[in-house]
Design a protein around this ligand. Structure first.
Ligand code: SF4
Ligand code: SF4
Length: 256
């Protein structure tokens, strides 16, 4: 073997040496655990550094990123949440607490029969899976792109309705409204996605863009408007409180 190598021309020996070393290095880096480990810094040490200047310049998230929740409103300010508790039932982490109450002729918060008198999301439990927003029948609950809501105490991560509800837009009025005001507007609140499309918004928390509500005369009952205090189907009752799925308050001490 040594005689064979010494008989070969020097350039050819050099080439063969380089080839053997290269094949050996390739086998080391791809066929051994140690080599695969070392290959990572070897691959990355020549790349330009990619430094993210967080929190001064947070990187944009993907459009369907699941951040903190928001309770949405219609353009006139009425709340989309009808207090149905479907989101609470869909939540695998039992992180949502809804207490529904009845709307009345003089105090209407949502277009439906009921509204959420209290609404809480416990972010100590929430895994931001998005099952609750899939369950919501009115698109009242959506998720924003805001992920900067850490806290130094657990009770601060229990967000109440005041924390979650979208601010009233320029064309809206704060709730409650009266039935007379709502009927006179003649808005179609149940036109589905064509009327109230989902809104995406990125970066830090911002109120969702106001979705246009369509006018639809056919959904407004015909005939005389009821007088203030009068209910078309008889006197309304106020606030039959309901409990959350497991009937307990979601205070910070209950958090796991
Ligand atoms: S995102 Fe998931 S875990 Fe969080 S409240 Fe909604 S359903 Fe529950
Ligand atoms: S957010 Fe949606 S699912 Fe949850 S109580 Fe309100 S309307 Fe029902």
């Amino acid at each position: 073997m040594t005689d064979l190598l010494t008989s070969l021309p020097a350039p050819l020996v050099s080439v063969l040496t380089v080839v053997v070393l290269a094949v050996g290095l390739w086998l080391l880096l791809t066929r051994t655990v140690l080599g695969r480990g070392f290959s990572v810094p070897l691959r990355t040490m020549f790349r330009p550094p990619e430094t993210s200047e967080y929190p001064e310049k947070p990187r944009p998230v993907q459009p369907r990123f699941h951040g903190r929740h928001q309770l949405n409103r219609y353009t006139d300010g009425l709340e989309k949440c009808i207090g149905c508790e479907l989101c609470a039932w869909a939540c695998p982490a039992d992180a949502i607490y809804v207490q529904g109450a009845n709307n009345t002729t003089e105090a209407r918060y949502s277009p439906g029969e009921r509204y959420a008198e209290d609404y809480q999301i416990n972010y100590n439990r929430c895994i931001l899976c998005g099952l609750c927003i899939e369950a919501c029948p009115t698109r009242a609950l959506t998720m924003t792109h805001d992920y900067e809501f850490s806290a130094d105490q657990r009770h601060k991560l229990v967000y109440t309705k005041d924390d979650l509800i979208e601010p009233v837009g320029a064309d809206g009025e704060a709730t409650p409204h009266t039935d007379r005001q709502v009927r006179e507007r003649g808005l179609n609140y149940y036109g589905g996605l064509a009327v109230t499309p989902p809104t995406l918004h990125g970066g830090k928390y911002k109120p969702a863009a106001a979705a246009p509500s369509a006018r639809a005369g056919q959904v407004v009952p015909s005939g005389e408007l009821p007088e203030p205090g009068e209910h078309p189907q008889g006197p309304a009752t106020v606030g039959v409180p309901t409990r959350g799925r497991r009937g307990r308050d979601l205070d910070g001490g209950d958090a796991r």
